[in-house]
Ligand binder design. Structure first.
Ligand SMILES: NC(=O)C1=CN([C@@H]2O[C@H](COP(=O)(O)OP(=O)(O)OC[C@H]3O[C@@H](n4cnc5c(N)ncnc54)[C@H](OP(=O)(O)O)[C@@H]3O)[C@@H](O)[C@H]2O)C=CC1
Ligand SMILES: Cc1cn([C@H]2C[C@H](O)[C@@H](COP(=O)(O)OP(=O)(O)O[C@H]3O[C@@H](C)C(=O)[C@@H](O)[C@H]3O)O2)c(=O)[nH]c1=O
Length: 303
């Protein structure tokens, strides 16, 4: 059975990816510090790994010799990256170089999880061949990482995705669950209505990465949902779905919603290549909402 090493396994995507890949692979889930994955499976093991530490990466790769590496770990908060550029560079770029260097000895298949934030958001609905032009430092670190991956001598794949949502098992939260909690508590939320995204249900993303590994599909793939929405439209759909007060959500423009890192105004992906080559078919945003809140209903009822 082939061995897959996953970075960022304690994260939002990492948790779902680990739970999916254990059905077909020996999974070495890695993260900083202790394991936060609630999973028991004969094909699952956890190793603590700070991937900014070159020696630690070398040691682990010599120990486990992965056939496949999925690099999902990153500092995934754009504002944190904007305010801590050296830390972001070490975490998001140098780490990738350490992982690629060790993968090179093993000729491992290298899968890198990237973002719509490599684009400037001027046109939106990007295809894989469009030219990146990041507008914030997070996007720059992800693009620099992509460039390192594309120089890798053996098989690689870059999976770009957009605003991932779902029931967080660990790792970062997402706008849908953040606003759902505020609505439940009767608090106001100010949500931008002049940014455009194609939000991605986390299990669709994990499923696409599983397919890419199974097919050893190389190159760049855009993986997201099909529905084109503003964050305001997404959160109004949440209020409607949960039967909570839409009036608690105030639409604002991005320039009044001061964030340290600029956001690309219009992103979103065209999915023709993933549909053609991977048979990728994402669920609708409506279905994604249902899945998300069915999962976290017990937590919502405790608020
Ligand atoms: N969520 C989204 O909307 C999108 C995410 N992406 C990309 O998808 C990937 C997964 O994102 P997501 O799961 O949402 O993010 P999370 O922040 O939930 O997960 C990232 C994980 O990386 C880990 N990590 C950070 N630095 C290190 C380090 N030095 N050594 C080891 N582990 C480290 C974090 O550890 P710890 O938990 O201990 O901090 C965390 O568990 C990222 O590469 C992100 O850029 C792309 C587009 C959209
Ligand atoms: C929390 C919050 C967010 N927003 C907006 C900002 C943003 O455009 C959108 C999504 O909220 P977030 O904080 O998740 O925004 P953001 O950090 O921009 O999310 C990004 O994460 C990284 C990892 C990526 O790679 C990107 O694809 C993107 O998903 O909602 C509001 O309008 N009001 C709010 O209170």
């Amino acid at each position: 059975m082939q061995k897959v090493l996953i970075t960022g396994a304690n994260g939002f995507l990492g948790h779902y990816l680990t739970a999916l890949l254990v059905h077909n692979y020996k999974v070495i889930a890695t993260g900083k510090g202790a394991c936060r994955i609630n999973l028991l499976h004969e094909n699952f093991c956890y190793e603590s790994l700070d991937f900014t530490q070159r020696d630690a990466v070398e040691y682990l790769f010599q120990k486990v010799k992965p056939d496949i590496v999925v690099h999902a770990g990153a500092i995934s908060q754009p504002d944190t990256c904007e305010l801590n550029k050296e830390f972001a560079y070490q975490s998001n770029v140098e780490s990738t170089k350490h992982l690629l260097a060790q993968s090179n000895f093993l000729k491992s298949f290298f899968v890198y999880v990237s973002t719509d934030f490599v684009f400037d958001g001027q046109t939106g609905m990007y295809i894989e061949e469009d030219v990146p032009n990041p507008v914030n430092y997070y996007g720059m670190t992800k693009l620099l990482s992509e460039n390192a991956v594309q120089a890798y001598e053996y098989d690689w794949s870059i999976v770009r995705t957009v605003l991932v949502y779902g029931a967080p098992k660990s790792g970062r939260d997402n706008i849908l669950t953040i606003v759902a909690k505020s609505l439940k508590e009767g608090k106001m939320s100010r949500i931008v209505n002049d940014q455009v995204r194609t939000p991605t249900y986390v299990e669709d993303l994990a499923g696409a990465i599983n397919t890419i590994i199974a097919k050893k599909a190389t190159g760049i793939y855009h993986i997201s949902g099909n529905d084109i929405l503003t964050p305001y439209q997404m959160t109004i759909a949440v209020a409607k779905y949960l039967g909570l007060k839409e009036s608690l959500i105030e639409p604002v423009t991005a320039n009044t919603f001061q964030q340290p890192a600029l956001r690309p105004p219009k992103t979103g992906f065209r999915l023709a290549k993933a549909e053609r080559e991977l048979g990728y078919k994402p669920i609708s945003f409506e279905e994604g909402l249902q899945k998300t809140f069915r999962e976290i209903k017990p937590m919502m009822e405790r608020i």
